[in-house]
Design a protein around this ligand. Structure first.
Ligand SMILES: [Cu+2]
Length: 154
């Protein structure tokens, strides 16, 4: 699955720069292989995974997430310490270098979907919007897989 972006936001905010910014920055970001696991109800947060590729020739910075599925979506990073105990915390801004792909995957970066507004049901999809520091946004439609899924190709 492949989704391309709308750079409408940056175009609206910077009309006078349009001539030079049309194919720059977050407009060159492509989100691929997005997926999420079904949830049991809404009491626990959900998580979504994807690959975010910067096809441009300048760094882009992912600053925030937005979705109608969850009131508080946030980029988290899971880390495992020497004792094998894993924990997760907000990852902050994610800088993606030119031509680089950042993977959101189980055990690493993930889109934490806190305060779910409805259960995540297998077979359904939800829109997830990635917001970048240059004002651009990318919205991807995330398919919800089974509760035990480990990736989009399982
Ligand atoms: Cu998390």
């Amino acid at each position: 699955m492949k989704f391309t972006i709308s750079a409408m936001c940056s175009a609206l905010m910077l009309p006078f720069m349009l001539a030079t910014s049309v194919l720059a920055g977050s407009a060159e970001v492509v989100v691929e292989n997005a997926w999420a696991r079904a949830s049991i109800g809404t009491s626990r947060p959900g998580a979504a995974y994807m690959e975010v590729r910067n096809g441009g020739d300048e760094p882009v910075t992912l600053t925030a997430l937005r979705t109608d599925l969850a009131t508080m979506p946030e980029v988290h990073r899971t880390a495992t310490d020497e004792q094998g105990v894993s924990s997760m915390s907000p990852a902050g801004r994610i800088v993606i270098a030119p031509s680089e792909t950042v993977a959101f995957e189980p055990g690493g970066l993930h889109a934490m979907l806190m305060q779910l507004q409805r259960p995540m049901k297998e077979g359904e999809t939800f829109p997830l919007t990635l917001t970048f520091s240059d004002g651009g946004e990318t919205t991807v439609e995330v398919p919800i897989l089974g509760i035990a899924a480990r990736g989009p190709k399982d």
